[in-house]
Design a protein around this ligand. Structure first.
Ligand SMILES: NC(=O)c1ccc[n+]([C@@H]2O[C@H](COP(=O)([O-])OP(=O)(O)OC[C@H]3O[C@@H](n4cnc5c(N)ncnc54)[C@H](O)[C@@H]3O)[C@@H](O)[C@H]2O)c1
Length: 254
């Protein structure tokens, strides 16, 4: 098992890519601290893992709040005695053009996606340093690379996550801590379900529009992203840091 003996924090683990990552990490033997705004959702994921013989604790947290970000690491150390891996996955999906966005929209999306990612990492880093090695995986997006109509707020936040990842990788390399980001394309999750509902479309209608934008001519599954997170979290990627891994079915290069 690739994560035997490792403790991992996963934010936004109550649904979508975070949930799939939690299930994938549990299969590989990790002890898990699963944080989400939605306590019921993340408790359900933790209960499934425990019922299958794994180790997981669920905690309610809003990563944009400093005290909640600290509580995630405190819980990991109290419960499992260490932190080896952080997956910064939780995100806010506020999407507006610059013309339409208010300061509150910007504060929300940057507060969660950029500052929240930074705060969760900040409180975990001293504990990872104490282990002598570790891995941080930031879930960015293809939206951090490309332009999309009326997405300036969200895309700017994901661009910042990509830059922050490279800076973290440089600062933490002396401590044998690798930091990488993943850029998913369109993936079926609760977030994309909200998107097709907002557009007044069915899943099939939305998929028919999105699929051809990807070279592979389909939308991705959360587990396909989770497999990439597992690779970057595990020792199989031991010489990879400051990388941006596209898991986008070829979207960005089409
Ligand atoms: N689904 C896609 O097509 C897609 C594409 C590119 C990137 N991503 C990225 O993947 C990640 C996961 O997205 P998803 O599609 O699984 O989303 P999702 O909405 O299905 O799940 C996100 C989870 O994060 C939680 N969350 C939101 N804000 C939070 C906060 N402030 N504190 C703690 N938890 C919070 C939600 O409650 C939810 O359970 C995000 O970083 C997103 O930007 C998704």
């Amino acid at each position: 098992m690739r994560l035997e003996g490792k403790t991992a924090i996963i934010t936004g683990a109550g649904a979508g890519i975070g949930e799939a990552t939690a299930m994938r990490f549990a299969e590989e033997g990790a002890k898990l601290v699963l944080a989400d705004l939605n306590l019921a959702g993340v408790e359900g994921v933790a209960e499934r893992i425990v019922s299958q013989g794994g180790a997981a604790v669920a905690i309610a947290a809003d990563i944009s709040k400093e005290e909640d970000a600290k509580r995630i690491s405190d819980t990991a150390v109290e419960r499992f005695g260490a932190i080896d891996i952080v997956v910064n996955n939780a995100a806010d999906f506020t999407t507006f053009s610059v013309e339409d966005a208010t300061p509150q929209h910007w504060q929300r999306v940057l507060g969660v996606n950029v500052i929240g990612t930074a705060m969760v990492s900040k409180f975990a880093i001293p504990h990872i340093k104490a282990r002598g090695r570790g891995s941080i995986v930031n879930i960015a997006s293809m939206s951090g690379i490309i332009a999309q109509p009326n997405f300036a707020t969200y895309n700017s936040s994901k661009g910042a996550v990509l830059t922050m990842t490279r800076c973290m990788a440089m600062d933490l390399a002396p401590f044998n801590i690798r930091v990488n980001s993943i850029c998913p394309g369109c993936i079926y999750t609760t977030a994309t379900e909200r998107e097709w509902t907002r557009m007044g479309e069915t899943k099939e209608q939305w998929s028919a529009r999105q699929a051809p934008l990807h070279m592979l001519n389909r939308v991705g599954e959360a587990r396909e992203v989770a497999n990439a997170v597992l690779f970057l979290a595990s020792d199989e990627s031991s010489f990879i840091t400051a990388a941006e891994l596209l898991v986008d079915g070829g979207y960005c290069n089409k």
